[in-house]
Design a protein around this ligand. Structure first.
Ligand code: DSN
Length: 415
């Protein structure tokens, strides 16, 4: 029988875990794609389900002993269907990138054209950036936002008429506005294209009824489960029934082997949490908090890309403040505020040294922070950016940040 614990057997790893937990507890986590899962989700993730192989799908496995695994995976599927109104759900994708790749291989042939958003305008690497393997297999044509920072639907339609894509792809990683799914669907129908939405960033806002839901309208919708949806690190694909067999075949055996059932159990737990009425309040608060940040930053003369926010994130061009995104990220880190440097649309600088920062409210909202805290946090961010090369000032803010986080503890105990 196993008896050794992490503390006894591997104190080195335990020490690193403890330090990371302390970092999470004592800092303000404002990377918009990050969040804090509940202890119940952590429990499922750390369960013995990790021991089991279960290639195949519910009721059709290649291995024996899958009766309880089937219960878990079916629950995850049923809850996701209820949450998003999906006809078919595949909960096995290991993360967002493999989910997107599985969709492409399910619905496209090599050489087919896809219209996807340019990375610097808010798109994602897996939406056809030239450095990805997918861009070597499929023909991605990239659309952009207009001068006001919104998706240029007229231009998108012109591009669709010109390029005759097999698929139009929406859903973004650094775009802060609502998406007009009906208008995109109309353009797709005009040119006979399939519709795909990658809702990784905003899945929790959709589940909480705070943003429009493309699932009933679009052919296929991919997502991660660990961002605003607040589940474990993982992916998921939802689609219309006509695409179900192709999607399932593409995930397994097309792309993946044994599903990570401990992770699927944790997804099921997170979906149950998202079905609770309180999750709607959480999703609404994420947006309210982002709006407060937007208002303070606007008052203080920051350049807000996309003109502001309708969701959980803000993309800010900091160059008019005398520094670039990388310097802002480093200075904010020193003050205990975690954001990421990010490209702005058609950034004249480089991806490793871009003009902007991207920040968001999902994780700090999970801690229970509301409007008053947002005012304070936005003020600190401005002070950090203004004093980005004054370590003494940054250290002073770090202490204030630590004091604030003590009032909003995350987990009952340290590891
Ligand atoms: N890395 C994720 C993000 O930060 O948006 C997307 O894959």
């Amino acid at each position: 029988m196993y008896t050794h614990t992490l503390k006894q057997f591997d104190p080195t790893i335990l020490a690193s875990i403890k330090k990371e937990q302390q970092r999470q507890e004592e800092g303000l986590e404002m990377i918009p794609s990050e969040n804090f899962v509940s202890p119940a989700v952590l429990e499922a993730l750390g369960s013995v389900l990790t021991n089991k192989y279960s290639e195949g799908y519910v009721g059709k496995r290649y291995y024996g002993g899958c009766e309880f695994i089937d219960e878990v995976e079916q629950l995850a599927i049923d809850r996701a269907k209820q949450l998003f109104g999906a006809e078919h759900v595949n909960v096995q994708p290991l993360s967002g990138a493999p989910a997107n790749i599985a969709v492409y291989f399910a619905l496209l042939k090599p050489g087919d054209t896809v219209l996807g958003m340019d990375l610097s305008h808010g798109g994602h690497l897996t939406h056809g950036h030239p450095v990805t393997a997918m861009a070597k297999i499929f023909n991605f044509v990239r659309y952009k936002t207009n001068k006001e920072g919104k998706i240029d639907l007229d231009n998108l339609r012109q591009m669709a008429l010109e390029h005759k894509p097999k698929m139009i792809l929406v859903g973004y990683s650094a775009y802060s506005r609502e998406i007009d799914y009906a208008a995109i669907k109309k353009i797709a129908d005009e040119v006979g294209a399939l519709t795909m939405a990658d809702i990784a960033h905003i899945a929790g806002l959709i589940a909480g009824g705070q943003m429009d839901n493309p699932v009933p309208l679009f052919d296929v919708v991919s997502t991660t489960t660990h961002k605003t949806l607040r589940g474990p690190r993982g992916g998921m694909i939802m689609c219309q029934q006509i695409h179900a067999a192709a999607i399932d075949k593409s995930v397994f055996p097309g792309l993946q082997g044994g599903p990570h059932e401990n992770n699927i159990a944790a997804k099921a737990v997170a979906f149950k949490e998202a079905l609770e009425p309180e999750f709607k309040d959480y999703a609404a608060q994420i947006k309210k908090n982002a709006k407060i940040l937007e208002n303070v930053f606007r008052e203080k003369g920051y350049t807000l890309c996309h003109g502001g926010t309708d969701n959980h994130l803000l993309l800010i061009d900091v160059t008019n403040k005398g520094l670039a995104g990388k310097q802002a990220q480093i200075a904010l880190d020193k003050a205990g505020i975690t954001v990421n440097k990010n490209m702005i649309p058609d950034d004249p600088r480089s991806p490793m040294d871009p003009s902007g920062i991207r920040l968001g409210t999902p994780a700090i909202t999970t801690r229970g922070m509301k409007e008053a805290e947002m005012e304070q946090i936005a003020t600190w961010i401005d002070e950090v950016i203004t004093n980005w090369n004054n370590d003494e000032k940054l250290d002073a803010i770090r202490w204030q940040v630590k004091d604030l986080t003590k009032k909003f503890p995350l987990y009952p105990t340290l590891v």
